[in-house]
Write a protein that binds this ligand. Sequence first.
Ligand SMILES: C[S@@+](CC[C@H](N)C(=O)[O-])C[C@H]1O[C@@H](n2cnc3c(N)ncnc32)[C@H](O)[C@@H]1O
Length: 192
Amino acid sequence: MAESIQELIQEADAECRRLSIPMLGPHKAAYLCELIREEQPKVVVEVGTAIGYSGLWIARTLRELGQGKLITLEQDDARADQAMRYFRRGGVEHIITLLRGDARTRIAEIDNTIDFLFLDGGFENYHPCLLACREKLRDGAMLVADNAGIGAAEMADYLALVRRSGESRTEWFETDLEWNPRDAMEITVLRM
Ligand SMILES: C[S@@+](CC[C@H](N)C(=O)[O-])C[C@H]1O[C@@H](n2cnc3c(N)ncnc32)[C@H](O)[C@@H]1O
């Protein structure tokens, strides 16, 4: 029987803090899920699965919406294995595809139209990932880039591109993450 996603989120949260695995944290995750609820995407793509903390939040939201699937990309096999265990335990593995390897190339293999792109896997990878999947993004797709505060310099190419390619805003958050107490997400509605 599937376990409670809320309990799995709490377990993954504690595991990330214990092992110093960076993750979104509850404040930004809740906001991300509000955006997903508003957008009602059929396909969400996440770059940077880690051990599945944010994936659990996203999958729970898609399950509540009764539609949509998550394609999530991770290059670290041990983290990807752990994420899959969480997804199976939560009974959401059937709405999740995990692609292993370098997201900068693997993201180009996605053959669905992408409605929602969440970037959280190496600041300098945001720009190449966006370019690699640009053709698949639908007009009006929402892009959410984490760490747009602390990572602004490393993702300057990405920020410049989205700010001239759509309606883009920088949303700041106070978090309970000791390694990152104040940071931003760049939220863009893409216009072709
Ligand atoms: C900040 S963590 C992701 C946290 C996750 N989104 C969460 O909130 O639970 C970043 C992850 O991106 C992965 N990553 C970094 N560069 C990558 C790449 N080029 N391709 C795929 N994954 C990558 C790292 O291995 C790491 O697990």
